[in-house]
Design a protein around this ligand. Structure first.
Ligand code: URA
Length: 230
């Protein structure tokens, strides 16, 4: 089964479909299952918006993190952003406020975005994991797998020109490859036709301020790609 089909089927399942009648076109079969078939097709899974995807995510129970979260942290910013930042998972502050990167690491990310002559409203910020892992432990592989369709669909809907991944987990989970972040950061990669700049996580920079110059060098490449003067 190819990735597109797998993602589509996973989302249909999240939208509540339990059966597909393959004798009919897929969208029609899905609508019949959802009780939406009629004169006009109200639900086209291929044409969902970020908002409707966020609504699906907010009720997600695809993994055990649903039991301990306060709320799902879906993402924030411009739905038409050229630049997307993708982090790991919500921490305590994010879990309480429902917004990614609002704690100390988030403040540093905001400063990085400002240094790029942008604001948080110009970009889109999300995580590969939408629910806080208890005690901020590392996400488990099955949790990353369960959550991956959401970030994939967010990227498809936003269609950014550039994605910046923050830290090892974001990079590895998005690209489904076990890169070493220290050797790959600063080198352009690709995700379904979108350029990806892997860089270090802001939380790491809080512990290792000397690495800020590496992140700034990566962000200058991103600015160059987006045509932002520095
Ligand atoms: N770290 C992350 O990776 N994401 C957040 O939203 C906050 C901290």
């Amino acid at each position: 089964m190819n990735d597109d089909l797998r993602t589509e089927l996973a989302l249909l399942r999240d939208l509540g479909f339990t059966h597909l009648d393959l004798t009919k076109p897929l969208s029609e079969a899905a609508a019949v299952e959802a009780g939406l078939a009629g004169e006009s097709l109200e639900l086209q899974p291929n044409e969902e918006t970020l908002e409707s995807l966020g609504a699906v995510a907010s009720a997600c129970v695809r993994c055990r993190l649903a039991q301990s979260r306060t709320q799902v942290v879906f993402g924030t910013g411009s739905p038409t952003a050229d630049l997307m930042f993708i982090g790991e998972a919500p921490g305590r502050d994010e879990d309480l406020q429902g917004e990614p990167f609002v704690g100390r690491a988030g403040q540093l990310l905001t400063d990085i975005i400002k240094a790029m002559r942008l604001t948080r409203d110009d970009v889109y910020i999300a995580n590969v994991i939408k629910c806080r892992p208890p005690e901020n432990r590392n996400p488990e592989p099955d949790e990353l797998d369960a959550c991956r369709p959401y970030i994939r669909r967010q990227v498809e809907l936003i269609q950014p020109k550039v994605i910046v991944t923050l830290g090892r987990f974001a990079l590895q989970s998005l690209l489904e490859k076990s890169y070493s972040i220290t050797s790959i950061r600063g080198q352009w990669l690709e995700y379904h036709g979108v350029k990806v700049m892997p860089t270090l996580h802001p939380a790491y920079l809080l512990r290792t301020p000397a690495a800020k110059k590496d992140v700034w060098s990566d962000m200058k490449q991103v600015m160059g790609e987006l045509g932002i003067a520095f």
